[in-house]
Design a protein. Structure first.
Length: 95
């Protein structure tokens, strides 16, 4: 199995923007059979080093993760998040 974790920091981290990003990511749920688990959390920590949103997803293989990375539904979500000038960090690992 492969775990894909992405953290997002929004320049305008209003609750509305955070919820919009969460909703947009979760709109993929059930549409991509190779995504085995999809979870999004909005951060509540006030620490300066904290990011605003966490995406956690699971895939059976690295190939499934690569398919996800280039899938049009996912690319549409990326386009939306980039339009908000979000900064992101990613970790992918096998477990």
């Amino acid at each position: 199995m492969v775990k894909h974790i992405v953290f997002f920091k929004l320049p305008d981290n209003s609750e509305a923007n955070k919820q919009a990003v969460k909703d947009r990511i979760m709109s993929m749920q059930g549409k991509l059979a190779f995504v085995k688990h999809l979870e999004v959390g909005i951060n509540f920590s006030p620490e300066e080093r904290a990011f605003d949103i966490a995406l956690i997803s699971d895939f059976e293989t690295k190939e499934d993760l690569q398919t996800y990375a280039t899938h049009p539904i996912h690319l549409e979500v990326i386009h939306f998040i980039k339009s908000l000038d979000a900064v992101s960090k990613v970790v992918d690992y096998e477990y």
